[in-house]
Design a protein around this ligand. Structure first.
Ligand code: DGL
Length: 251
């Protein structure tokens, strides 16, 4: 086992989680792996998502990581419990921040944005059973592709968001859940369309959970040299450059 944490996503989205992880755990080393060649996972059938997830996990396990962070709501929903039966090392997943958003709701609604797979799987159904009052699930169709193509800050992305969210612009929206790790890169655009809404994502909870699990298992690195971050992808060299740029973006 090496002193390195593996973080994975279907593409670049998990970099939004990696940023938080590096801020909170500055002495840890991270390998980030994005299966960009196969993104998006969200619209794919469950069995295919599981197959691709297993492949992406194997890529990180072969590098003897000490813990795995699934920085993807879709992979967590489809594959985390299978993975936890498969491996002994700490596995930290994500869930859409429906609970804090619904607790912050006043007399308006909450929009829960996520991928098709995330919205259709058990984890989300359980969240809706417990905290779903006033929560409207919305599939973020096409959004992952925009972020993957490096278009998050473009007028094209703003127009796509406007078209997707138009039905909700005439009602009072108190909070919006970014239930996919790609969406924090679209946060500023979403805020332009819903300036009154509070925005929630699950990144901080995941990173705090990572810290707790590393502490419990005696694997936490608290001091020493600043940690390193390396990026890996099933995509091309251009994708790697985009990953580094997104890591430096302020989200
Ligand atoms: N970042 C992934 C998530 O959090 C995106 C999934 C996809 O590839 O569609 O769900």
């Amino acid at each position: 086992m090496k002193d390195v944490i593996g973080i994975l996503d279907s593409g670049v989205g998990g970099i939004s989680v990696l940023r938080k992880a590096v801020q909170l755990l500055p002495n840890e080393n991270f390998i980030y792996y994005g299966d960009n060649q196969n993104a998006p996972y969200g619209p794919k059938p469950l069995e295919e998502i599981r197959r691709l997830s297993a492949q992406a996990v194997d890529h990180l396990l072969s590098q003897e990581v000490k813990a795995l962070v699934i920085a993807c709501n879709t992979i967590t929903s489809a594959y985390a419990s299978i993975l936890r039966d498969r491996v002994k090392l700490p596995v930290i997943g994500m869930e859409p921040a429906v609970k804090p958003a619904s607790l912050a709701r006043g007399d308006g609604k909450v929009l829960a944005l996520a991928t098709r797979a995330t919205l259709s799987l058990d984890k989300f159904s359980r969240l809706m059973e417990n905290y779903g009052e006033g929560v409207i699930p919305v599939e973020g169709a096409g959004l992952v592709q925009l972020v993957e193509a490096g278009k998050a800050d473009t007028p094209e992305a703003l127009e796509a968001l406007r078209a997707l969210l138009l039905p909700y612009m005439s009602i009072k929206i108190d909070a919006i859940v970014l239930g996919c790790t790609h969406y924090p890169f679209l946060r500023r655009q979403i805020e332009r369309l819903f300036p009154q809404a509070r925005i929630f994502d699950g990144r901080e909870g995941t990173v705090c959970q990572l810290q707790r699990r590393l502490e419990e298992t005696g694997l936490l690195t608290r001091q020493g040299a600043p940690g390193t971050v390396s990026f890996q992808t099933s995509g091309d060299a251009e994708t790697l450059a985009r990953m580094r740029a997104l890591f430096d973006a302020d989200v």
